[in-house]
Design a protein around this ligand. Sequence first.
Ligand code: PEP
Ligand code: MG
Length: 593
Amino acid sequence: MRHLLPGTTASRGMALGRARLVQPSRYLVDTRPLGEDEVDSEIEKLHRALDTARLELRELRGKLHGALAREVSEFIDAHTLLLDDPELLRGLDDLVRIGHYRPGAALKKQRDRLAAIFEAMDDPYLRSRKEDIDQVINRVISALQRQTSVEERKIAARVGEILIADSIAPADMAHLAGNGLLGVVASSGSPYSHSAILARSLDLPMLVGVRDALSTIHDDDLILLDSERGEAVVHPTAQDLSRYRAWQREAAQEGRRLATLANAPTRTRDGVDIRLYANAEMAPDIASARARGADGVGLYRTEFLFLRHKGLPSEDEQFIAYRDLVLGMGGLPVTIRTLDLGADKADAAGLAIRGEENPALGVRGVRLSLRYPAVFTTQIRAILRAACYGPVRVLVPMVTQPDELIAVRTLFKLARQELKRENVDLPEKLSLGAMIEVPAAAINVRELLEHADFLAIGTNDLAQYVLAADRGNDALENIYNPLQPALLRLISHVLTAGRRARKPVSLCGEIGGDVNFTAMLLALGLCEFSMHPGQLLLVRDRIASLDFHMLRKHAPKLIRARSHEEVAEMLGKIMLASQAVCSESISVNAPVL
Ligand code: PEP
Ligand code: MG
């Protein structure tokens, strides 16, 4: 009998296939305490299981080739690092040796402890790292129970089908995708998980949070995975199948059409050139940005380098990462954001300020960097050295007032003098910009512009601070809405100030890459967007259908609206009107900025 299972779209698309269930690891562990004479042999068993898990990851890496290997190596590395984490290993040994836990019970205890730490994190991306812990510990438990992981071999047979699982490790997903996996339905997980990110870059449809998937779907059931609508259809009807075929035809057509946009200019229908930059965190983002014709990198989040690292990355390690980024973009401008860690995330890098009750309002971003000038100077030196390899701009996060930018500039000047004494090649000039995320910075933007060469509006945080609504809290969806008139007013204010000061202003929050907000942002006067590379072609396509000058006329009305509902309603009407009007003779060659 046909039934529908709703879920959250982690990667768009549709797929039709037979279900293959992977039951969650149930952590069936023996909780009886160990006898003193068993400790040594159990420690040995635990270490053998850890070795097996490491070996499996190495073998998996060996099996992947070409682009897939590059995409996945980050994830395999992250899992390998976790397996070698001294704190995790010491904790496990102590639990067995001192606490007399059996290895399986020790693994479960460590998993629960680490999962609680990750779950308490503010950032949804980092919160979703809990899945990595689960997957790594699952792998070790499975190796422990069978001495060799049969599970992987079982999974390897499940190709050409739709995987129904509690969650799936990115390494396994890559392996299966290479063998023809069609899609994934996961009962837990988040769209911010490594697996979800990977599914998007592999173009593999994926739903997460499909609560009843494992209890209601059976092996071999026919499944229509509809990640466009966010649902899995079990036993689809003829009508469902014809919808799927229609989608396939449209997707093929759309794919061909979008591919032709990769080398096209980004221009509105009335001829205004718009710049599209990419947000990048990892190496695959760079290739993806180039392939889709990005104008450069508008936001490189350096904190990921720190979070993936055990301890602080050295100057040379940072230099290599930044240099490779600059080289990867082949002469296009690259915007490197200095460290944006807060107390919640700074622990990993050993920089946490103790006892902060409210990390989102605490020593975060540039505040933390200025608190640790030696750490910051290491990053600054690495950036300066990398800037000899291509055009680099530096972006400072969480700026509240001009003195922070002045302090950063001074540190750059001092680092320059130091490097010069060391006879290191230096770039001639480096633009220094501020992120506009704190309401005070947006309101007093004119003062900030006296010290900044450019600005980047970070709407993810600006919205959370303007609306006093945690960006990761689902319960506040109705308040944390990018169409809130107060937010539009601030964006418009910042864009106007930038235009008057003749300094570029970009926007790099999530709304920059969401086609539902493209018309609104153009209406407010935005001409530089930065987004996840996967969104570039869609946004370019949307921009081509819109009339910039006509949209601009509606800006005063939009920012004077009384509610986000009113803005949404106005936008619907404006967009229709904008698409209906012919561009005729209007032609503007450059953005107004
Ligand atoms: C933002 O706040 O909009 C932003 C781009 O920064 P992040 O999401 O890294 O906080
Ligand atoms: Mg931010």
